[in-house]
Design a protein around this ligand. Structure first.
Ligand SMILES: C=CC1=C(C)c2cc3[nH]c(cc4nc(cc5[nH]c(cc1n2)c(C)c5CCC(=O)O)C(CCC(=O)O)=C4C)c(C)c3C=C
Ligand SMILES: [Fe+2]
Length: 467
């Protein structure tokens, strides 16, 4: 986590000027809406599904279109933007949301436990929620050996924290150069430094305005949505945090700076092929279960498709007209995931006679296990076996300067929209207070998991589905 360096600051922001930088590209989903989420069921849906248009008054809509050009959605009041004099004494924080990864092989199983214990990763029906943690224990133990193999192959741990820290300090430098001094906090969902640690640090540092920036270009319930839920839960009951003005950048896949940075990387990597025009551009995105999209309204698939369309459009303007395709990788467990699956498409392309292929990881902006192991090792081997002769892979954006500059612009654009979080509903508070019910459910869940662990037959069937 970045040490707090700035004391009380006088940001040299001209918000009116910054607002003119906003681009009217977000057609499907909002770029920005805030943490001021309400707790009735409709609004909850709004908070997690991110792309659904609910009740914005015309006046508020006009305001959003005029300022953020992200249309269709807003959760902040029109008077939220303060004048320059109001924010003159701000201490600005930027919270980078990311997934986190195990630092060592010993961390793999507890990391997996945290991941599978997340109700946004394994979405059990309400009635079965009590099974979440026992199930997470079981699945994490069963999956650990496979995951460990992967992490061992990339040096014994995830590179995610190192890269995210580098991105954090690069972002801080760019914002400083733009005369917007900030403290940047890394908030990982499943491993250190946890979101909770970052939030405590923000409180200790007396941050007065916060921008939340997920390091996922596209919004998914399972990634950005999950981290925002944790934040909301932490903020809503805290007397200080519930008053802190917060702006959340929900997704930024359509930002010009990001699209151009991706196109730069692709264009450069194509040049390595003997015949660049013949290489198929193969976008490989991390998958999510189909039910997220079809039942829960996850905008991830739509955003992914639009993102690829925009990248290809940008490439076309540069004269790059290669064939391209999109597939989804990294599925886990027995349910249906978004199709087509990367491994199946690779085999088909080989059979169809495609000889040159450029893999482009597109759902994440750092190198991680799924680029370094799954794509660079497993998929490359599969592609070569299937008849692909020339294989290339576009590196993750990491600290590419045009990309970091664009993130800095996104932060500046989001700053004026920060508003405080609303308080929780009674119903939610009651549900949280039901400690006895929770303990009974936990006991029952542990018992079920214990039975499963003791039954070799059940265990074998279960394992074959998980691995
Ligand atoms: C946009 C990116 C990601 C989505 C969407 C996503 C959904 C998702 N993931 C799992 C299960 C696992 N993910 C794992 C690692 C992992 N996932 C992402 C990104 C997204 N996940 C990243 C960047 C990483 C790697 C972190 C690192 O250490 O480098 C893992 C662990 C690795 C493994 O065993 O394969 C699991 C498990 C689910 C179930 C899911 C959606 C429901
Ligand atoms: Fe994942």
């Amino acid at each position: 986590m970045e040490a707090a360096t700035s004391s009380r600051i006088l940001p040299q922001l001209n918000f009116n000027q910054n607002l003119t930088l906003l681009r009217p590209q977000a057609k499907l989903t909002p770029t920005v809406f805030t943490l001021a989420l309400h707790s009735n069921s409709n609004d909850k849906k709004l908070s997690i599904a991110g792309g659904l248009s609910l009740s914005c008054s015309k006046q508020r809509k006009d305001f959003v279109q005029r300022t953020f050009c992200s249309a269709e959605m807003c959760t902040f009041p029109a008077d939220a933007i303060k004048s320059h004099s109001d924010i003159a004494e701000e201490k600005i924080g930027v919270m980078l949301l990311n997934l986190g990864g195990p630092d060592t092989l010993n961390d793999v199983q507890p990391f997996l436990f945290n991941l599978f214990a997340d109700p946004d990763i394994i979405r059990l029906p309400r009635l079965f929620r009590f099974l979440q943690r026992p199930l997470a224990q079981l699945i994490s133990v069963l999956r650990a050996s496979k995951s460990k193999e992967g992490y061992a192959a990339i040096g014994g741990g995830s590179p995610l924290l190192t890269i995210t820290n580098e991105q954090a300090s690069a972002l801080k430098s760019v914002l400083e150069a733009k005369e917007v001094p900030v403290d940047v906090y890394v908030a990982m969902r499943y491993w250190h430094p946890f979101t909770e640690e970052a939030v405590h640090q923000i409180k200790r540092d007396r941050i007065t305005r916060l921008v939340v920036l997920p390091l996922y270009p596209q919004y998914s319930i399972s990634t950005t949505g999950s981290s925002i839920r944790v934040l909301r839960d932490m903020f809503k009951d805290d007397p200080v945090l519930s008053r802190l003005p917060v702006a959340i950048i929900q997704s930024w896949y359509q930002r010009e700076g990001y699209i151009k940075s991706m196109a730069d990387l692709i264009e450069k990597e194509l040049q390595i092929f003997e015949n660049p025009k013949e290489a198929m551009i193969f976008f490989s995105a991390h998958g999510v279960p189909v039910s997220y999209v079809e039942d829960a309204g996850d905008p991830y698939k739509d955003q992914m498709e639009e993102c690829i369309f925009l990248i290809m459009q940008e490439l076309k303007t540069r004269g790059v007209k290669n064939d391209y395709t999109l597939a989804y990788q990294s599925r886990v467990g027995p349910v249906q995931w978004l199709k087509p699956y990367t491994d199946e498409v690779l085999v088909e392309l080989g059979q169809r006679g495609v000889k040159s292929l450029l893999a482009v990881p597109v759902s994440f902006v750092s190198e991680h296990i799924e680029t370094l192991e799954e794509i660079d090792m497993e998929y490359k081997e599969l592609a070569i076996e299937s008849g692909i002769v020339n294989w290339g892979r576009v590196p993750a954006l990491n600290c590419t300067s045009s990309f970091i500059t664009d993130l800095a612009d996104a932060v500046i654009e989001a700053l004026p929209s920060a508003v405080a979080i609303s308080t929780t509903s009674e119903a939610e508070a009651e549900a949280d207070d039901d400690v006895v019910g929770y303990a009974i459910k936990m006991l029952f869940g542990s018992f079920v998991a214990f039975i499963l662990l003791l039954s070799p037959k059940l265990m074998k069937a279960f394992k074959s589905q998980i691995l």
